[in-house]
Design a binder for this molecule. Structure first.
Ligand code: ZN
Length: 288
C-alpha cells in the first residue's frame, strides 16, 4: 500500500478494497477544520490516488462526528502559511497588499483546489456524517457521488458573515436556484433527507453503515473499465460546464472577493464582525 507522506496525520490514505483508495480527514478534535496544511495534505493525497494506475475510485471520508466544520478561522497567519507550500495554480502575490493576497490565496487553495478535485479523472465518492459547513461543502461537492449518513447536514452560513456564499459556488448546481437561495439567505441546514430528495446526494444510509455502504459502492464501480469511467466523468462534467457553470463560478468568486474587500473597508476585517462564532467554536467551526 502506498500513500502520500502524512507524518503529521492531517489526512490518512489507505486502500480498503481492490482498486479503491480512501482519503480520510483526520483532524476530528477541531471537526476537520481546514487550515492551509490540511488542504495541501489533502491535495497531495488526491494526486497520489489520481496517478496510481491501480486505483480506479477515490473515497473521501472524515474522522469524528462531523465531516468538516469548514475553513479554519483560527489559523494564525494563513497568508504566510501558503508560502510554505509549492502552489499548484499559477496565481501568485500571496504577500501583496490590499485585496490581492486574499484573492490569490482563495484562488489557489479554495476555488482552485475544489475545481482541481472536481476534475480528477477518476470517480470520487464523499462519505458524509454530521455537519458539512461552508468550506466543508467545498470538499463534498467536488466529488462525483455523495453517500450521506442519516444525520448529515449541509450548511452555508457565509451570508451571516457578510459574504455571498462559499468560494466554490456550486449551490445552484447542487440544489436548484430556489433552494440554493433559501440555504444562503437563512443559513439553515439542508438535511440528508432533503439533500436526497433534491438529488444532491446519491444515498442516505444509517450512520453505522456509512463506511461499508460507501466502500461497497466504490468497489462495484471500481470493477468497471477505468478508462470508460474516466471519460464518462469527463462527458458528464462537460455537459454541466456547457450550461455555463464555469463563467457563473467566475462571477460568484469575484463577488465573493468584493464582499471581503467591502468588509475590510467597513469593518477592518474580511468578514462582518457582527457574525458571532458559535459557543465552543473551535469545535463547531465556521468558514470564510
Ligand atoms: Zn473567502
Amino acid at each position: 500500500m502506498t500513500g502520500p507522506s502524512t507524518a503529521d496525520a492531517l489526512v490518512r490514505y489507505d486502500i480498503p478494497r481492490p482498486r479503491v483508495a480512501r482519503i480520510t480527514l483526520a483532524r476530528p478534535d477541531v471537526r476537520n477544520a481546514q487550515d492551509t496544511r490540511l488542504l495541501y495534505a489533502l491535495n497531495d493525497a488526491f494526486d497520489v490516488a489520481a496517478r496510481d494506475n491501480d486505483v480506479s475510485v477515490i473515497v473521501l471520508a472524515a474522522d469524528g462526528p462531523h465531516f468538516s466544520s469548514g475553513h479554519d478561522l483560527f489559523e494564525l497567519d494563513p497568508l504566510a502559511a501558503i508560502q510554505e507550500h509549492r502552489t499548484v495554480g499559477t496565481w501568485c502575490g500571496f504577500d501583496c497588499d490590499g485585496a490581492e493576497a486574499q484573492m490569490a490565496r482563495e484562488k489557489e487553495i479554495y476555488l482552485g483546489f475544489s475545481e482541481r478535485w472536481r476534475n480528477i479523472p477518476k470517480p470520487t465518492i464523499a462519505a458524509v456524517q454530521g455537519k458539512a459547513i461552508s468550506g466543508g461543502l467545498m470538499l463534498v461537492w467536488p466529488c462525483d457521488l455523495i453517500v450521506a449518513a442519516d444525520d448529515a447536514q449541509f450548511i452555508d452560513n457565509t451570508v451571516a458573515m457578510g459574504i455571498c456564499g462559499a468560494e466554490f459556488f456550486h449551490h445552484p448546481w447542487e440544489l436548484g436556484v430556489r433552494r440554493a437561495k433559501e440555504m444562503l439567505f437563512t443559513s439553515d441546514a439542508v438535511t440528508a433527507a432533503d439533500a436526497y430528495r433534491l438529488g444532491m446526494v446519491n444515498q442516505v444510509v444509517p450512520g453505522d453503515e456509512l463506511e461499508t455502504r460507501t466502500l461497497e459502492l466504490a468497489e462495484r464501480i471500481a470493477q468497471k473499465p477505468a478508462f470508460a469511467l474516466k471519460v464518462t466523468k469527463e462527458a458528464v462534467n462537460a455537459a454541466q460546464d456547457a450550461q455555463g457553470r464555469v463563467p457563473a463560478m467566475q462571477t460568484s468568486f469575484a463577488l465573493h472577493q468584493l464582499c471581503h474587500s467591502h468588509n475590510q473597508q467597513v469593518h477592518g476585517q474580511p468578514i462582518d464582525p457582527g457574525f458571532a462564532l458559535p459557543a465552543n467554536s473551535r469545535q463547531a467551526g465556521t468558514a470564510w
